[in-house]
Ligand binder design. Sequence first.
Ligand code: ZN
Length: 428
Amino acid sequence: MSSHYKGLMLILDGIGDRASPLFGGLTPLEKAATPNLDRLVSAGMCGLIDPLIPGVPVATHTGTGALFGLSPRDTHRLSRGPVEAAGIGMSGYPGDIFLRGNFATLERCGDKLCVLDRRAGRIREGVDELVEAVKEIPLDQGVTATIAPATEHRIALRLSGPGLSATISDTDPGGWVEGQNMLLSSHPLISDDKASVRTADLLNLCVREIFLRLHDHPINQRRVAEGIPPATGIITRGAGMALNLESFINHLGLSSAVITGERTVAGLGQLLNCSVITDLRFTGSTDTDLAAKVLAARDALESHDFVFLHIKAPDIYSHDHDPQGKRAVLEQIDQALGPLLDQELVIGVTGDHSTDCNTGRHCGEPVPTLLYAPNGRRDSVKTFGESGCARGGLGRIPSHSFLYSLLDNMGYLHQYQPADWKFFKPRM
Ligand SMILES: [Zn+2]
């Protein structure tokens, strides 16, 4: 009998849900026929996990960060900007600020700027030429802005220089009410903090300069002539400082890989020194190739101690208010898992957060979760779903603790050491 097992964590984005009237009050997971997952539950134990704070909805990067082994402190501090930047290979120095954003259609409204289209018509063509015009912008006080393209209309922006702060607000007005589509000025989130005031001012300067450079750019003149929205500026959100992050998996000296088609999860993997395995067939959407992902996970288990297999589709169906689609994709995922289930593995199945098909939004309910280990504990639950998990032997635990349980069942968790405290400390 091996004293160490390899580990697989299947992260089904937004797997948890609320009661669906379409299913007589069951959730999509409870309604789905999932014989493979049910078999794992019957031979293992299940429970509910809280990504960060019980009852509080979180974003993908927060929920996934906890599962990837970030300390609770770093999970609290993690912003989307640095994660997205890492996903496109944009690096920086400690103290740099990263933001994510879009090319957008901006126009003058008096002395302000209005947002006419938050995605500039989902621009794809000509993006490289537009980025060329704004890729490096010297700002005041030794600070430089750097822009890099992400997928389609998306961009990443880095502010480099001394004395910056990430506690600044977004310039993206978000989903707006008609007539309230002004580009927002970034402002400090800590009003008397000089670094925040300075950084917000520099970002506003940067946004203005980009508008001046792009407004009459030949690519935009052509788009206007063709009657499609020009990309005359950018909107930004999710400012965060570059952090030196370590995962608990690295701390234990283990290797890990993540299989994903989703750029946020890929970025997190890059930040945490996971091998990030992507493929054009892994789309990060509902048309992803599940069989190819499962085979990639099986291959990755040959050369890594721990493999994360991330599937975005359940979350997308929830955002689209489509419980039938979510039920169906959960059944497809269950069927696709076959090649992974004939191996001596410790297997966790969970999600980064719950997403409610009724509202189309992430919600704070804990995430249904199962843990199977050869010779591991069993409970009396036989089917995988929210209500069964509420009765399971894992109980209701933080996402971090779920990872620790997997690593313990794999045989890698040491007896508690003071050096481990930074990973277990529950608060900031
Ligand atoms: Zn989502």
